[in-house]
Design a protein around this ligand. Structure first.
Ligand SMILES: [Zn+2]
Length: 646
């Protein structure tokens, strides 16, 4: 019933939708610009995490699951035609009409994996993997037709759908990977391939006079994933400055908003605060980038309020770890640390959306959202020592044996456990887990005119030129697992540069060994930098107590959410012959759940790693005992939020 009410509202609200041609508003310039991926080097624990991925699932996923990679040349000789009713996409195996909706799956699996693989190998400058990738790129370029068509359909199917399809989505994922390779190589052949592909789309779905999102069935996941084609258009516009790519962004969003689709990001739904987020989370959060891009492309005020409404709804769905509900439909629920989980894909899509908003606005609040989500939810869903992830996880994670917190009612629920593949569910999350660390690292440093911004903090190195002077900034730290960052500057000729460091969330007490201005969430140091200058940033965060909407308590130290790590028994359920990888479940050794009775949480200053102690009450025995808290990003099983004892 609820759905029909939504459609009725939709019909009425469509009258209020934006119409770009009637607007006198102007595009808004992005404030921050990326450095080239070649100018940023990961260090310390970030480098180790990238290496773990490259040595594990990111570097070997095509070998771990060859049926979805080598055995399906979906962009080449195995393009989809009317004859194909069935193919192995990983999860489903029954043939039939239902199956056809998933036939694009392997394009997403292959291309999202390749994108993460490229960026990880580039950041680590790993020559043997880069060589392997070059061969894959060469092959993909060879699949492009003379008219520019790059995609998964043969001639009789392409661009003529009236139902579920993966036309734009399969292009989005492959073009994003190609652009990542272009950002590294600057090979004009690669850029030209993406340009030809985009131009071919614009030719067949003409601006303002076509309907690329038309569908008989409003549940059309591949079709609506295709709205993320705006990611490609945004990059192409940034590189070529050709306005036709920017103009196409609001057209796609307007067209998407006007169709009958079960999607949250349609404009008439977003501007109505009483309509909660209902849809498949991964779509919802990736579409945040489109709404931000459409607003930027037009400067349209109705899109500004649409974006603001969207962000408010996402905030209401966000759990203490910074993740928003994503298991897998949002379903109008409120965020809950035990009962609402999040898919790894939804973490990546939301984090990339916050990155996009950060670059557009220079609002460090987005930087804090990114750090929180990455350090807590994302690291906390990755295995701390093995190359494996949980497809789904919750902030409070008491059991990881397939179902949510021990729920065994659905025998097919296998997502709450660790795997380097998750073929039984879908091979979507593992490729995205290969992207998320690279995404964080690539955006740690930004520039605006002659200013340098340390936008996301952590061990890294920037090698660039400002005012034609080569400069290296070494950021030496174990942040966020450390309270101290040393920035070392190497520059031949002393040069005046404005350096902005994002002030981390929850850090009000700190010192810098140089004069600075503390303004708008940044520490601004403007000086004539000399070779060998050392900037010391010492933080003294307090443990902050926060409360969930259900009234449960949790604790933060800077950007890090604290959790009680629960000892568990590991059970290896599958060994792979590739790279020593394995699947694992965890059962708790102790089922105690603790209650908060108001005792302080104190940092153990003698400890090298971040450790805290407090007193909590065991809900079963009623006894109060000492409990240790650690960063939730380092845990497997854990209790993160605590109900009050009284
Ligand atoms: Zn996924």
């Amino acid at each position: 019933m609820r759905k029909y009410i939504l459609y009725a509202i939709g019909f009425l609200m469509e009258l209020n939708c934006f119409h770009v041609s009637a607007q006198s508003a102007k595009p808004i310039a992005a404030i921050q610009n990326k450095f080239s991926i070649n100018e940023i080097a990961p260090k310390g624990w970030l480098k180790e995490k990238l290496r773990q991925n490259l040595n594990g699932f990111t570097g070997h996923l095509d070998q771990l699951e060859p049926t979805l990679f080598q055995e399906d040349d979906i962009y080449g000789k195995d393009r989809l035609s009317k004859r194909i009713q069935h193919k192995n996409v990983g999860a489903m195996s029954d043939a039939g009409e239902f199956q056809s909706q998933f036939l694009w799956w392997n394009s997403e699996t292959q291309s999202n994996w390749l994108d993460g693989y490229i960026r990880t190998a580039v950041l680590l400058k790993d020559s043997s993997h880069l060589k392997r990738i070059q061969a894959k790129i060469n092959y993909l370029l060879s699949t492009q037709d003379p008219d520019g068509y790059l995609g998964i359909y043969d001639k009789e199917l392409r661009f003529q759908f009236n139902d579920e399809n993966g036309e734009l989505w399969s292009k989005t994922t492959i073009c994003r990977a190609l652009l990542s390779w272009y950002n590294y190589t600057k090979d004009p052949k690669v850029l030209n391939s993406v340009i030809l592909c985009a131009d071919n789309v614009i030719q067949h779905y003409p601006l303002n006079s076509s309907h690329p999102f038309v569908t008989k069935n409003p549940n059309a996941g591949g079709l609506t994933h295709g709205l993320a084609f705006t990611d490609v258009l945004e990059q192409l516009y940034t590189i070529t400055k050709d306005h036709k790519y920017q103009e196409y962004i609001p057209f796609l969003y307007q067209e998407f908003s006007s169709q009958n689709l079960h999607e949250d990001a349609q404009q008439f739904k977003l501007i109505n605060a009483s309509i909660p987020l209902m849809g498949h989370s991964v779509h919802t959060y990736e579409h945040l980038r489109t709404v931000a891009a459409a607003y930027q492309a037009t400067g349209d005020n109705s899109l500004k309020s649409t974006l603001e409404g969207f962000l408010k709804k996402i905030d209401n769905a966000t759990t203490p770890s910074g993740a928003a509900i994503g298991d897998e439909f949002i379903g109008g629920r409120k965020a809950d640390a035990t009962n609402t989980g999040y898919e790894y894909c939804s973490l990546l899509e939301l984090m990339d959306a916050y990155i996009s908003l950060y670059m557009k606005t220079n609002d460090p609040g987005y930087g804090n959202k990114i750090e929180k989500l990455f350090f807590n939810a994302a690291l906390g869903a990755s295995h701390p020592t093995e190359s494996a992830i949980c497809y789904l996880k919750t902030d409070n994670s008491y059991v990881l044996e397939g179902g949510k917190n021990g729920d065994q009612s659905d025998k097919n629920q296998t997502r709450y456990r660790y795997s380097p593949v998750h073929k039984e569910a879908a091979v979507c999350c593992v490729p995205n887990a290969g992207k998320i660390v690279a995404s964080y690292v690539e955006h740690m440093w930004m520039q605006h005119e002659n200013s340098i911004y340390a936008t996301l903090l952590g061990p890294s190195e920037l090698n660039t030129s400002i005012k034609s002077e080569p400069i290296t900034i070494k950021e030496m730290t174990n942040y966020p697992f450390d309270d101290h960052i040393t920035f070392k500057i190497e520059i031949k000729k002393s040069t005046r540069i404005d350096l902005f460091i994002k002030k981390p969330e929850g850090v009000e007490d700190f010192t810098l060994n140089m004069p600075f201005e503390n303004k708008d969430g940044y520490l601004h140091i403007s000086r004539l930098w000399k070779n060998g200058d050392i900037l010391q940033f010492r933080m003294n965060p307090k443990v902050l107590q926060r409360q969930t909407i259900q009234g449960e308590q949790y604790f933060m130290y800077g950007p890090v959410v604290l959790a009680h790590a629960i000892d568990g028994k590991q059970h290896v359920t599958k060994n792979y012959s590739v790279a020593g990888l394995k699947e694992m479940t965890y059962r708790p050794l102790n089922k105690s759940i603790y209650l908060y009775s108001g005792m302080p949480v104190t940092k153990l200053t003698a400890s090298k790693s971040l450790r805290f102690i407090t007193q909590m009450k065991d809900s079963k025995t009623g006894t109060t005992q000492q409990l240790e808290l650690v960063p939730m990003g380092t845990t497997i099983l854990r209790q993160t939020t605590f109900k009050n004892a009284n």
